[in-house]
Design a protein around this ligand. Structure first.
Ligand code: 0O2
Length: 216
């Protein structure tokens, strides 16, 4: 590649990044709408049932550099117009719940809303990933009302318990060090830690059920 090609590539990348930045605004709005929905569910359920099914919520819009990197890695066209078609996780919301039953409860309450379209469900709690990763993933589509149009925007919603989040957060930190190739004993250790986290969830769920029964 000549120096000039390098400069042209860089200029292309910069204009692509700027174009992407502009398009990402609508994903920020979609997250804000979803956050409002989840906060309402959390507060109202707590008021009625004296139990808040949501511990906390985080969110993020993928950075333009991250979007370009993922499109390149997957061999997809670098077309700002098509990013929404190719990537489901440009907007991401992570809902941390106290108990496994809350994960399914929040997911069902969200799915029942008329303006929420659930496009895809991946239940890694019923079927954990081979490394032990557990969470419930939904790809939802919600309308965002802009000044001159309505856009239907995809958001990836990850729902998990505190124990699942503890494991996933630390696994993410540890795994990166090994550049996708951790040694076998490391994999075993992660897997057995995931099982301990799952047992903890079961035990806490059973305590929760007992206390809930005593309330009646
Ligand atoms: P980040 O930094 O959290 O955004 P794809 O999304 O198409 O690349 P896939 O396999 O279809 O891949 O998506 P999947 O399985 O629904 O997982 C996507 C996201 O779930 C990941 O996003 C992670 O946030 C989380 N996740 C999935 N598997 C694991 C795992 O084994 N460990 C941890 N800690 N998190 C996981 P990103 O983009 O990889 O990362």
């Amino acid at each position: 590649m000549s120096t000039l090609d390098g400069v042209t590539d860089l200029a292309d990348d910069l204009s692509l990044l700027r174009d992407l930045e502009r398009r990402l605004l609508v994903y920020k709005f979609a997250i804000e709408e979803l956050m409002t929905k989840l906060r309402i569910l959390s507060e109202e359920f707590d008021y009625v049932h004296r139990h808040d099914p949501i511990e906390h919520i985080t969110n993020r819009v993928k950075k333009p550099e991250g979007i370009l990197e993922k499109l390149r890695r997957k061999g997809l066209p670098l077309e700002p117009d098509l990013i929404g078609d190719h990537l489901d996780d440009i907007a991401g919301v992570r809902v941390i719940c106290p108990f496994v039953s809350d994960v399914y409860r929040v997911s069902a309450m969200l799915a029942r809303q008329h303006d929420v379209d659930v496009l895809l469900t991946k239940d890694y709690i019923a079927t954990p990933k081979p490394n032990g990763y557990r969470s419930l993933h939904l790809i939802v589509r919600i309308p965002v009302f802009l000044s001159d149009r309505v856009e239907h925007v995809k958001v990836e919603v990850q729902l998990r318990t505190i124990a699942m989040d503890f494991w996933a957060t630390l696994e993410h930190k540890l795994f990166y060090k090994y550049d996708d190739r951790p040694p076998a004993d490391f994999v075993d250790e992660l897997m057995s830690s995931a099982l301990i986290a799952a047992q903890l969830d079961e035990r806490m769920e059973s305590l929760h059920r007992r206390i809930h029964q005593d309330d009646r």
